[in-house]
Design a protein around this ligand. Sequence first.
Ligand code: SF4
Length: 330
Amino acid sequence: MTTTTTQSPAALPQESKAALVPLKLLIAAPRGFCAGVDRAIEIVERALGQFGEPVYVRHEIVHNRFVVDGLKDKGAIFVEELDEVPDGKPVVFSAHGVPKDIPATATQRGLEWLDATCPLVSKVHRQAERHAEAGRHILFVGHKGHPEVIGTMGQVAEGSITLVETLEDVAALDFPESTPLAFLTQTTLSVDDTREIVAALRARFPEISGPRAEDICYATSNRQAAVKAIAERCDLLLVIGAPNSSNSLRLVEVAEREGTPARLIQRGSEIDPAWLAEVKTLGLTAGASAPELLVREVVDRLREWRVVEEETVTTTVEKMVFKLPRQLTD
Ligand code: SF4
């Protein structure tokens, strides 16, 4: 499905516009906010309405500075650790999820806490618990240091889960054949890379338990498929997202894997017009934590330099909505 509109550069005089080569802009759909991000932001906003300022948020609610700054302006205070939250103040846990001891400590301290963990991440947490209860050692495919990975690994006892990042990591595993094993994956990985790692795990440990498909979420898969659908037609692809946003980084990789150069940008102001010198067709997408407003900001910036012919290429239409925590709906 495609929709097309043509716009002229806003900032240039009429005679200069005429001399410019038009820029075909292919905008991927779906892009930007997913249901988990929508829900997490709404939880903070509703908590501010219910409890008043300030509401503490442990870690960036979603990995986007624009979103975080907007919530700060409304009265949210972002911290990295629970001990930075004063007694008596409400705290929200970010969409990436937290290790089990964090809500337990918050409860011990008598804090009012709200869990904005994406339900699709929580689902992986429950799977981890079930495997641990069944005595299986878990091989968790993910990126070291990402908060989702820290949160999921923190659902089970230390020593009962091992992080696997690469095919080399799979080759280096040396569990005896009799060890009951299971695998799980981070939700925001590259669909293609993960398929290879899971295939290697299954080849190495034929008895391994795991989900039928990987745990990569619908939003991550859909955004990667949308980039694949346009990458071949583009001379360059821009991904709006933060450098610590896993799903945004993966979108850059997907384009590059298709042979299309790609750049991660946080705002329109980061675009260097020199990047566009040889570009006739530009691709544009946004990671799951980047608001649509930033997409429009990028389009407006492009219009300062070129006649822009926009085409939205839709590969699927998302209708996912997640329920809010009961504390905010009763
Ligand atoms: Fe949930 Fe996927 Fe969105 Fe992460 S990217 S918040 S897992 S829907």
